[in-house]
Design a protein around this ligand. Structure first.
Ligand SMILES: Cc1ncc(COP(=O)(O)O)c(C=O)c1O
Length: 433
């Protein structure tokens, strides 16, 4: 009697040709559905290179042009409405409308903008930030996360008198501190050791060879732009120990992860860096960055000292951002609200993971709390995975759910259980592979 043949478990379950055909059809439908966005790009191309002033927004064949937002929804110039699951790449934690922030801004505006000196707002915001981050004795403000990281690294280098900066492949600390595939030609020219993330041996080796030259380690507790890859707690503990042993500053870039708890990821992990950078939502929806840390480092910026390091910026203490930041912290960014958002994100990730497994869909989702990234994982060529992710992105967009083409999602407070249930059901039904 012949035995029944066992099913071939090593055969790829995904048919690359079918994926390519589905992708091309979804892309053609996208083009047909969005003539207004296509026209907006054509117009922008005449004055902005590629029609773009923020590279991360570029998506093939052209990005949507969004003309308005309200709560958790956005509307494009062709009149389509989407549930915004991208949350302005983590900065838009409040949703798109907030009467509370609007009032704070109007009140600050009524008291005069561009006040030519110190204002009461900046100390209010500084007190709140120093109170919440274990590592921040003092803080200074900037206008972006990029600038905050540049200043933190500069401070660590000048205070230590050393030049070398340890960073990690896949890391993103701003437009001129980007290490996705190693050191980029646009990066500010520091002496970098760009090492693999979560690799304790590589960092240990680097410190053994160059410990006396290393000014600082700049690291994200979770690599955000790098695909939402959380650091292993042991890796961060090893960085803490090596920095202490060799007299280097450990800088946590919490521009994204500050939302993981009242005191940021550092509080959740119980690891205290020497310096911390934040940005995004602490400006209450306006352009913002801040760097802070140990008093002995930060106090070098005290302008009354003979050895003071300068740090300038016309808008560092602008009253609108400062006032919006204070209100955002008091009204939105309390411990309970952030913990609840974290739990909501963890639950969503677990549900997505279960759904992908149940439906046999070749995707995974990584992340921490309410920031996550979908990855295609067919086991076939990288180009197939790229098409798969693009297909998922286009399909979900057509169904009214908006996230980054690279798979990034960041929940805002405005995204409720109904929207998430709708998203999960669309995700389960969307693809027939
Ligand atoms: C971890 C991290 N650091 C720094 C930055 C740079 O902040 P900004 O875009 O405000 O310059 C970003 C921006 O996405 C970020 O995700």
């Amino acid at each position: 009697m012949t035995q029944p043949t066992a099913p071939r478990i090593d055969a790829p379950r995904i048919d690359a040709a079918r994926v390519a055909a589905a992708h091309d059809a979804a892309r053609a439908a996208y083009v047909a559905r969005n003539p207004g966005s296509a026209a907006a790009l054509d117009r922008a191309r005449r004055v902005l290179p590629g029609g773009n002033t923020r590279s991360s927004l570029w998506t093939e064949p052209f990005p949507l042009c969004i003309e308005a937002g309200e709560g958790c929804r956005i509307r494009d110039v062709d009149g389509h409405s989407y549930v915004d699951l991208l949350g302005e790449f983590t900065a838009g934690i409040f949703g798109h409308t907030s009467p509370v922030l609007a009032k704070a801004l109007a009140d600050a505006h009524a008291r005069g903008i561009n006040l030519s000196s110190h204002t009461p707002y900046e100390v209010e915001l500084a007190e709140r930030l120093c109170a919440r981050f274990p590592s921040m004795d003092r803080v200074r403000f900037a206008n972006s996360g990029t600038e905050a990281n540049l200043m933190a690294v500069t401070a660590a280098r000048l205070v230590s008198g050393r030049g070398r900066v340890v960073v990690f492949r896949g890391g993103y600390h701003g437009g001129v501190l980007t290490f996705g595939a190693g050191v980029s030609p646009v990066d500010v020219p520091f002496d970098y050791a760009c090492l693999p993330y979560n690799d304790i041996d590589a960092v240990t080796e680097e410190f053994a060879e160059n410990g006396a030259d290393i000014a600082c380690i700049l690291v994200e507790p979770m690599q955000g732009a790098g695909g939402c890859i959380p650091a292993e707690p042991d890796f961060l503990r090893a960085l803490r120990a090596l920095a202490t042993e060799h007299g280097a500053a450990l800088i946590f870039d919490e521009v994204q992860t500050a939302r993981m708890a009242y005191g940021g990821a550092q509080a959740r992990l119980g690891i205290t860096p020497d310096m911390t950078t934040v940005g995004k939502f602490f400006g209450g929806g306006l352009a913002f960055g801040a760097f802070g840390g140990r008093a002995d480092i930060m106090d070098r910026f005290d302008p009354s000292r003979p050895d003071a390091l300068p740090h300038a910026g016309t808008f560092n203490n602008n009253s609108l951002t400062m006032a919006a930041g204070v209100t955002a912290i008091d009204h939105y960014l309390g411990a309970e609200a952030l913990d609840a958002l974290f739990v909501r994100g963890e639950a969503l990730r677990a549900e997505m993971t279960a759904l992908f497994a149940e439906r046999g869909l070749p995707f995974s989702v990584s992340g921490m709390g309410a920031i996550m990234n979908i990855h295609a994982c067919s086991g076939l060529a990288p180009e197939v995975d790229q098409k798969l992710l693009a297909l998922l992105h286009l399909t979900m967009q057509e169904r009214g759910y908006y996230f980054a083409a690279r798979g990034l999602m960041a929940l805002s407070f405005a995204v409720g259980p109904e929207e998430l249930a709708g998203f999960l059901s669309a995700l389960g039904e969307g693809l027939d592979l």
